[in-house]
Design a protein around this ligand. Structure first.
Ligand SMILES: Nc1ncnc2c1ncn2[C@@H]1O[C@H](COP(=O)(O)OP(=O)(O)OP(=O)(O)O)[C@@H](O)[C@H]1O
Ligand SMILES: [Mg+2]
Length: 495
């Protein structure tokens, strides 16, 4: 048992023996499920051919404790053994020291007990073995160079910034030299865009992987599990499924635009009517999040909206920053062959509030209209229909918009967009939603060649009519989130 205190001499003797022999299994007596984690990790650490192992487990199951327990056994057994424990932040590192590791070594006899040096986050064992602990925030990944270790643990690897690019690429050669092991322990990242997913899937493919869900946690009874489910918004909530069932949050239910396909990302070839097609700019304003701006045109003949470019400003912007970003793109991409500016047909944004729109108009000659809004899921549904019908083409340059389309997730109550480090509050997706709902696909642009084959959007692959399409999707949406179906809300315009 973990909590064992040497309260009599006989017992203290047994404990001392266990520590001296580096056998700390007794600590898992009350949480038998941890033995499975312990065996898997020990197997990886003692197999000279395994360089990388991923432990994907439910919250609070004992990932950090069991990993440290295995590391401590190695330190006790092998003099001069070096362990590096890395966490996403320094705060996480301190929590692990104080709330997990200090508790774990509490009952160690003095002859085996490591001493902690606060200034360098190092635990030193009497036999010279060491456990270094470090947080990976503030660009500290570069400090990892030259730190050779026999065992490297990346705790909550799914939440470490630039895991592959800045951490694994440095760590791998270091353990390779010493035939050491890297253990990645985590719950799945909150965005499937995180590179932990690929690394974990690769480990799974090789068999260097263990996944354990809350249902295998013997320390929790049915009532505990029920309570956790309720707290997280139900057994089907994205949070519960990710944090306790260890599912990658890529299921269609939590993805905002599941209809988006890789094939929609392409450089669309301009045709001779480019000058006449309606050009659109859309903006989603944000102070805390990005202010995202999108630029594109409606190809009347193909019945597709072509998203050409995106820009974003964040932080403390002024109307001049916004104006410069917009002009910088519009004046570059919307010009004819002689360099003459082509007119912008419509600029759309979400709120007219603040003084931004009048400022843009008065000082920069940039006019926006304010979009009408509906409930978010209705507006999302419009974009989903549009995408599903194959009417959206996105240039590969629009990295943020593509990220939002591919990986944007609903928040835990499915009421708003989830936030991620990479894609903010899906601000580019919001801008796209405003743009598409304000497209004028019914008004034929002046000057276009009417003799060319014009695709009728009403004949496109997906039943486009709001009657059919909307109801079907709303139904699906309602089913996935147990929300009310509201077929009576029909968007004001049809395609
Ligand atoms: N075998 C054990 N005996 C006693 N306490 C334990 C044991 N294993 C874990 N604990 C305690 O349970 C709590 C959760 O353990 P730990 O932090 O290792 O889990 P985790 O899976 O890393 O959690 P998180 O998902 O929050 O990172 C900690 O307070 C830890 O000290
Ligand atoms: Mg942990």
């Amino acid at each position: 048992m973990y909590e064992i205190k040497p309260d009599n001499e006989e017992f203290a003797k047994v404990l001392k023996q266990e520590w001296t022999h580096g056998i700390l299994k007794y600590k898992m007596n009350e949480r038998r499920h941890q033995l499975k984690i312990y065996s898997a990790l020990n197997g990886a650490v003692n197999d000279p051919k395994i360089r990388l192992f991923t432990l994907l487990c439910s919250r609070q199951i004992g990932k950090s404790s069991t990993t440290l327990l295995v590391a401590t056994e190695q330190c006790l057994l092998k003099s001069g053994f070096i362990v590096l424990l890395l966490t996403a932040t320094t705060k996480n590192m301190k929590d692990i020291c104080e709330l997990v590791y200090d508790k774990l070594i509490e009952d160690a006899p003095q002859t085996c007990k490591p001493t902690f040096n606060k200034s360098d986050g190092k635990y030193t064992f009497p036999n010279g073995s060491k456990i270094f602990m470090a947080g990976l925030d503030n660009n500290s990944a570069k400090d990892l160079r030259g730190k050779n270790a026999d065992l490297i643990i990346v705790d909550e690897a799914g939440f470490v910034d630039k895991l592959q690019a800045s951490v694994m690429s440095i760590l791998m050669p270091q353990v390779r030299d010493r035939r050491g092991t890297i253990l990645l322990t985590s719950t799945p990242s909150d965005t499937p865009a995180h590179d932990f997913k690929e690394i974990a899937l690769e480990c799974e493919k090789k068999g260097n992987y263990l996944k354990m869900t809350i249902y295998e946690d013997t320390y929790k009874n049915a009532d505990d599990i029920e309570e956790i489910i309720e707290e997280h918004g139900g057994v089907d909530s994205t949070d519960f499924r990710r944090e306790y069932l260890c599912e990658w949050a890529t299921d269609a239910k939590s993805i905002i635009i599941p209809e988006f396909k890789e094939t929609m990302i392409q450089e669309w070839e301009r045709n001779g009517n480019y000058n006449y097609y309606h050009k659109y700019t859309a903006m989603d304003l944000g102070k805390k999040d990005f202010t995202a701006m999108l630029y594109g045109y409606y190809d009347w003949h193909a019945a597709k909206f072509i998203l050409q470019e995106e820009t974003q400003v964040n932080g403390d912007w002024t109307s001049t920053d916004i104006a410069n970003a917009i002009k910088g793109v519009e004046d570059r991409i919307w010009v004819d062959i002689k360099g003459n500016k082509l007119p912008v047909y419509r600029r759309i944004c979400d709120i007219g509030g603040m003084s931004l729109l009048p400022d843009l108009q008065t000082f920069h000659n940039i006019n926006f209209i304010e979009t009408k809004k509906e409930e978010l899921y209705v507006m999302v549904n419009e974009l989903r229909e549009f995408v599903k019908a194959g009417r959206l083409v996105v240039s590969p340059k629009c990295k943020n918009t593509i990220g939002c389309l591919k990986y944007g997730l609903w928040d835990k109550k499915a009421k708003g967009f989830g936030r991620t480090k990479a894609y903010g509050h899906c601000d580019h997706l919001a801008a796209l939603i405003y743009l598409i709902r304000n497209l004028s696909s019914q008004v034929m642009p002046e000057g276009i060649d009417k003799s060319l084959n014009i695709i009728d959007p009403t004949k496109m692959a997906w039943p486009h009519t709001w009657e059919d399409g909307y109801k079907t999707d709303a139904q699906k949406f309602a089913e996935s989130f147990s929300t009310e179906v509201r077929p009576e809300i029909v968007p004001e315009h049809s395609w």
